[in-house]
Design a protein around this ligand. Sequence first.
Ligand code: HEM
Length: 402
Amino acid sequence: MTSNDAVDFSLMSVEFQLDPTATFAAMREKCPVHHTSEPAPHYSLTREVDVAGALRAEETWSSKFGPGLAYGEPGTGVLVSSDPPVHTAERLAITRMFKPSAIDAMEDDIRSLVYGIVEGFKDRGRGDLVADLGMPVPLTIMCWLLGTPVEDIEKFRTWVLPMAEAVAYVGGRQANDTVINAYKSYGEYFGAHIRGRASAIEAGDDVPDDLLTRLLTVERDGTRLTFQQVMGFCQFLLVAGSATTTLLIGNVVKRLMEFPEQFELVRNDRSLIPNAIEESLRFDAPVHGLFRTNTCPVTVHGIDIPVDSKVLMMFGSANRDPDAWDRPDEFDITRDLTTLKRHAAFGVGIHYCLGAPLSRLEGAIALEAVLDHLPRIRPDGPPALVKAPVLKGFETLPVRWD
Ligand code: HEM
């Protein structure tokens, strides 16, 4: 029996989606370099030392074909689909928008937003934590960053998860109508929005000093990003910046309800909120993993990985690796915060999530508002898992409170 036969793994399988933790444990132990042809040929790395090591060796493990399973056209994507030196320049150009002082400056607005939303539904006594809170918070903030009217989150909320499903697709044929329509609607809406902003910049009109203006004006060797690159990056942001934070908010509240003694700890000591957020990210990484492509043949644990293979770096598994974490399968918000922050949920190395400080802040304020306004919050029926294969968390989370 080859080690590969020891574990039956596919991102698309129901068994994996229902219990990724068990699959990850089996892969780490029996088959740390797994190969499958489902839904298209790729390898997966699951041990922390391998995942972190590969992500830090970007000359070998390239992002040029993009973070999804499909091979993107090199040179057409931005940031998450580029390698140094292009990546370095792109990152430098937009880092300003995400640096801690810029995020701190948003704190009061984020707090008003979150408390306004929770105060709007708290008297109902029951609801869906994802639809009522987890979705609207990051989507509204995305509107602030991209300069779209906040009412349009009602449109965006129907596109985000179907677009996230496509990370594990290798061709349009796999896409169902919901996915196709989400892309079409995104293309129409953002095509017009980005063209409008670009024309205003061209005409010298006053435009908001937001991320979209930055993307449209940033220059690299005297050239600007193409329209297609800005379209692609905004689409990535909509999914990567909002769906993930939605999942974080659902995941942390779900685990605290599941482990009431942990809930009690944070109720009695609000200074544990950042630990609860970080432990949630470690325990339930919202993104199971993303892909790299190796620029030369590589052998890992005796398995030959041919050049240009798609290789899935499993952040979620690295976070549960007993060689990296003490009691990895125990949800414990009293872990040391500095150690906790070394989890891989935001990636590792040069592509480390630019939005990490923002999503940490959104998650922390959301949890604070839950503690303040939804007393004795508890499950109110079964939650529904997200359908996007690389994501972990809930599409609905019915809850009630006193
Ligand atoms: C809980 C929430 C979030 C999670 C779990 C998450 C996860 C990740 C991961 C795993 C990566 C690494 C990608 C790779 O290595 O290929 C990444 C990159 C990135 N994320 Fe996040 N993210 C979150 C929130 C956000 C937010 C709120 C934003 C922006 C508003 C954002 C923007 C980005 C960007 C721009 C990159 C690309 C960085 C680069 O390639 O240099 N993310 N994120």
